[in-house]
Design a protein. Structure first.
Length: 150
């Protein structure tokens, strides 16, 4: 059983490393994406339950930023601030800063994928790289410990 767990952990570690580099490539590609003028249509914070078990309640704050933009004659709606998806933050202050930076009605530059204009971000950077690096390292260590029987 320890061998199976070790192999699973090492597979997850490999996936996290792959994901980190995939996000890095997407950030690199986004530097060449065209820019459209957009407008923030929603800016709020939600408190979400991110608990992994009933006896360990955890809450995260989510900055809900929505914006509209046009490419050609087609209208799009986006909700990603940066590469890697929506931001779930453990600190309310950071979510507050995003809402202050992107208030409703603010004109924004929207960077969109020219091959798929529905994919867009407000900031051409990656938010979650530390998660994948730390998570991958922890999984690799735990997987190795399982495999060596320690």
């Amino acid at each position: 059983m320890k061998t199976v767990m070790g192999i699973v952990m090492l597979c997850v570690a490999c996936w996290t490393v792959w994901k980190k580099f995939a996000l890095g490539r997407e950030v690199e590609q986004s530097l060449g994406w065209p820019r459209a003028q957009g407008e923030v249509t929603r800016s709020s914070i939600s408190l979400e339950d991110s608990s992994t078990s009933w006896d360990n309640p955890q809450k995260t704050y989510k900055a809900n930023i929505r914006y509209e933009y046009s490419v050609g004659r087609k209208q799009y709606c986006g909700n990603k601030i940066c590469i890697g998806g929506q931001l779930q933050l453990s600190l309310k202050g950071k979510a507050d800063r995003y809402c202050a930076e992107y208030p409703v009605g603010r004109a924004v530059a929207v960077y969109y994928n020219p091959d798929n204009p529905a994919v867009a971000v407000l900031e051409r950077r990656e938010e979650t790289s530390w998660f994948y690096l730390v998570g991958g390292a922890v999984m690799a260590i735990v997987g190795f410990l399982f495999l060596t029987g320690r």
